[in-house]
Design a protein around this ligand. Sequence first.
Ligand SMILES: *Cc1c(COP(=O)(O)O)cnc(C)c1O
Length: 347
Amino acid sequence: MNLATLNINLGSIKKNLNQIQNLSDETVETSAVLKANAYGLGVEPIAIFLFNEGVRTFFVSTVNEAVELSALLPKNAKIYYLNGYSLTDYQAISEFNIMPVLNSIEQITNFTQETDRKQAALQIDVGMKRLGLNQSELLKAKNLCKSIDLNLILGHLSSADNESDPVNLQQLKLFSNLASFFPSIPKSLAATGGTVLGENYHFDMTRPGIGLFGGNPLKNPEKVVTLSLPVLQIKDIKANEGVGYNHTFISKRKRKIAIVGSGYADGLSRQLSNSGILYGGDVMCPILGRISMDLITVDISNLRENPSFLTALGPSQTIDDLAEQSATIGYEILTSLGSRYKRVYNY
Ligand SMILES: *Cc1c(COP(=O)(O)O)cnc(C)c1O
């Protein structure tokens, strides 16, 4: 069987976790953000692995993701869902070991009225203008929150991937000021980017996601994923022959080409047409012509032997390298990784 295979190295995730933990003081808790199926890599094995490595607090986006995660982890795991409390969450919160992040006055009011389990986090909008309460809402929230067991005050930086952006310091100051309305409650501001910015940004807990999985803005992360694509057929083409849909590539000379079993339906963007690179070992194999739904054609003229697999992600090419070729970011490369890939976990 020649299936495209996504290899996920849990040992590398552990090294990245340790690198992130070492950026913080011992008193700071490092949580893990596992939204979108652990950034496309498979929430079940990764959540269990991280729990066994000592991670106790987890974040996902939706209530459904939180329910799924709570079924995987022991009861002493703390699981928050970021996208806020809605009235239909009542059932899930009473049945499962999950907590909402409250993002508005309305959510706080509904939560205090509808649920008997009153543990939650509260999110402050420090300038991204996404989810969370602003300064005037926060004053109101302080009273409303008296009947809630607030476990955490959260903020999220808009520009932490750019160390030199002065917005970072402004948002840090705003968070420090506003979060001090809730003096005795633990606080968390930093995702991966904020964790790299420095200890001022760490408060009581950091919330890395992408850094665990080997992406920027973590500095020198361990590579976590290898994506091997099967070579389905090999052909020789002559000068002036066209390749792929609409013949957007016409070869000036003869070449040896490989037809590889993966395509845009598996998350390899059509942006890679005529520009992206696959690798045979450490030898570059340029993509020729259009990316199809399930197939990619590459030039293997420089390989000494006919390959049975080529890699899209691996030692020679990181998620951020492929992101650059795809005009996107490493996050989108990971979360686009297709469900058809056979996911293999090793250590
Ligand atoms: C996604 C997310 C994170 C994790 O961000 P990374 O950049 O992947 O580390 C942390 N906090 C919030 C609120 C998020 O939405």
